[in-house]
Design a protein around this ligand. Structure first.
Ligand SMILES: *Cc1c(COP(=O)(O)O)cnc(C)c1O
Length: 300
């Protein structure tokens, strides 16, 4: 799959910035979630499974992607959703509406039960309720997913000095690290707080040419500020490239801030990976409207 790479024109710097448009792989499905599902779907088919089970929060790109991919590939899908209160609010939730239209069945669980979702008791109960299934972990990260994410970079991309991507569970960056060459620097921008990611990435990554930049989570997963929303809107006006507020907006904000702070050496070539996530914009805007805050605007 060949994906468009565009240059982002910067002023007053010798640095050249490029963006790989994985978001264009599909209008609803995050580019990296598509990559992460590819080999999982192949394995599920090989093992003759008819049902996929996975987990996610209210606006999960992974839930939307699994629901769609299941429909396209003839699997039943079951989404274990974090937060019992969401059951009565499906109609207000664009992600869950989309997943339901794709045929996904939901099991809404409390935050306490969600924490034990990987336990054997919880999984036995699911098998009792739904029969046999192929299990895809939260965020879709497993060995098959890393293999899919290794296909994000192609041989031509060795010309970039830096490759930057957003980090949720660390699967995407692990694939990028494995495909990169050791002369390249891979920078990950976590979209959430916490120091567990370093360990998770070490489990999958085969090289040490990477670093996490932890200053751009904007308060944690799903948290945004007026400054971030304004940045996303200005970026769209200038470059006509939409960014999502959960992942790619924070990463691109961080990279441009670091360029302004002279973090990168002169003449560096930087590649940003646009991992997608645009399906989540509407859900975020609904929340922002409820709080009387500035919304994300891609129609100007
Ligand atoms: C899930 C997601 C990420 C994070 O990917 P991980 O492999 O979990 O680190 C980044 N960007 C977007 C748009 C995503 O949906």
């Amino acid at each position: 799959m060949e994906v468009l790479t565009q240059e982002i024109q910067l002023k007053n710097t010798s640095i050249r910035l490029f963006i790989k448009r994985e978001d264009l792989i599909h209008p609803f499905i995050s580019g990296n979630k598509f990559r992460k599902l590819k080999y999982n779907l192949i394995q599920a088919k090989e093992e003759n499974h008819s049902t996929l089970v996975t987990f996610g929060g209210a606006f999960s790109n992974h839930i939307a992607a699994t629901a769609y991919a299941g429909k396209e590939n003839g699997f039943k899908t079951i989404g274990i959703i974090r937060g019992e209160e969401l059951e009565s609010k499906i109609a207000d939730n664009p992600t869950l509406l989309f997943a339901r239209e794709c045929g996904m069945k939901f099991v809404f669980v409390t935050r306490e039960n969600y924490k034990i979702k990987d336990s054997s008791d919880f999984l036995s109960q699911l098998r009792y309720d739904f029969g046999d299934f192929y299990l895809i972990p939260e965020g879709g990260t497993n060995n098959q997913a890393i293999k899919g994410c290794e296909e994000i970079l192609n041989d031509d991309d060795v010309k970039y000095d830096y490759v930057c991507c957003s980090v949720g569970t660390g699967g995407t960056i692990s694939g990028i690290i494995n495909k990169s060459i050791i002369e390249q620097n891979i920078l990950g921008f976590p979209s959430l707080k916490g120091d567990f990611l370093q360990k998770d990435i070490c489990k999958f990554a085969t090289k040490q040419n990477w670093k996490l930049i932890t200053d751009y989570h904007f308060g944690g997963y799903g948290k945004v500020s007026d400054e971030l929303i304004l940045f996303i809107n200005v970026f769209f006006k200038k470059y006509k490239i939409p960014l999502d507020p959960i992942y790619t907006g924070k990463m691109v904000f961080g990279v441009i801030d670091l360029i302004n702070k002279n973090y990168f050496p002169e003449d560096s070539k930087i590649l940003l990976i646009h991992t997608g996530g645009i399906q989540g914009v509407q859900g975020m805007n609904n929340k922002l409207i409820n709080k009387n805050l500035e919304t994300i605007k891609f129609d100007v």
